[in-house]
Design a protein around this ligand. Structure first.
Ligand code: GDP
Length: 299
């Protein structure tokens, strides 16, 4: 198991002379431990480096408060900085989506297996139950009939309507039909669950672009497996460049990983993490909470 960062830093500072302020040497020694903790949590190397630089600036010369040990003080500075990066100043409430003018389209994008269809249904359930929204879901995964059926089954399970499946229709036509149906049926929101691929390819991106252009989504949410670390960040960069995403949902955060992908994701793409998936059940979706993830990264 990972050693707790606070314990580690406690050990480091026990060996150092007690002074009124954190010396450069104290800080450097402590930050070596922080760096290891970040890398163990699967934060990417450049992001860890920049992060350490920012903390170093804040920590060097900081007065040591009487009530806490130097180790605790560095942990606090690290924790605050983690939250500052994870939350982003301009993000606002991560759980709040721009879905004010009905019917508001939400485009769900991501690679196959990342949890897109499950997350579409989880989010639909949340919008219905918490926000009282009338939601319509549509699957655009024409190459995988099983995926279309999966969304329909989940819809029945959570009591949310899905657009009837019409064989042979292409994704753009389905998106247009969803828009019409959502307008006529008095829906507040319609969610488009786009097709995934095992890896990013041009055909996938061209298809999602075409759908985006007809739907003009208010939110484009990228769903990625939070356990895939660097790959998740790479996927996010690709989708953002090509499609333009408004937010990220990190799934499988119920797994064993330390969730360092969240920090890399936020630092590299600059896009807000809106929700985290915490299991397979339809209730297992929560608003992203920076302090919880920060605590987890620190161990
Ligand atoms: P898609 O191909 O991206 O649409 O992926 P699916 O929605 O079909 O999900 C793939 C698998 O991951 C399914 O078995 C889901 O139940 C599971 N899954 C999705 N989100 C989570 C999550 O947050 N935690 C866990 N443990 N499993 C998840």
């Amino acid at each position: 198991m990972f050693e707790n960062l606070s314990e580690r830093l406690g050990g480091v500072f026990d060996r150092l002379t007690k002074q009124g302020a954190l010396s450069e040497d104290d800080v450097r020694t402590a930050l070596r431990e922080v760096r290891v903790a970040l890398l163990e949590a699967d934060v990417s190397l450049p992001v860890a480096r920049n992060f350490i630089k920012a903390v170093e600036k804040k920590a060097t010369g900081a007065a040591v408060t009487k009530s806490v040990t130097p180790g605790q003080q560095v942990v606090k500075i690290v924790h605050d900085e983690l939250i500052a990066v994870l939350a982003g100043e301009e993000d606002g409430d991560p759980g709040k989506l721009r879905i004010d003018s009905p019917p508001a389209p939400i485009l769900m994008v991501g690679l196959q297996g990342g949890g897109k269809t499950t997350t579409t249904a989880k989010l639909a359930k949340r919008l219905k139950e918490r926000d009282g929204k009338k939601v319509l879901m549509a699957s655009l995964d024409v190459n995988r009939p099983a995926a279309m059926e999966q969304l329909q089954i989940l819809g029945t399970q959570i009591g949310v309507d899905t657009l009837p499946i019409v064989k042979g229709e292409d994704p753009v036509a389905i998106a247009k039909r969803a828009k019409t149906q959502a307008g006529m049926g008095g829906y507040d929101v319609y969610m488009l669950d786009t097709a995934g691929r095992l890896s990013i390819d041009d055909e996938l991106m061209a298809q999602v672009e075409a759908v985006r252009d007809v739907a003009n989504p208010r939110e484009t949410l990228l769903v990625v497996d939070g356990l895939t670390g660097q790959d998740a960040v790479h996927t996010a960069e690709n989708f953002d460049t090509r499609i333009g995403i408004t937010g990220v949902v990190l799934t499988r955060m119920d797994g064993d990983g330390r969730g360092g992908a969240a920090l890399s994701m936020r630092a590299i793409t600059g896009k807000p993490i809106k929700f985290v998936g915490l299991g397979e059940k339809m209730d297992a979706l929560e608003t992203f909470e920076p302090d919880r993830v920060a605590g987890r990264i620190l161990g």
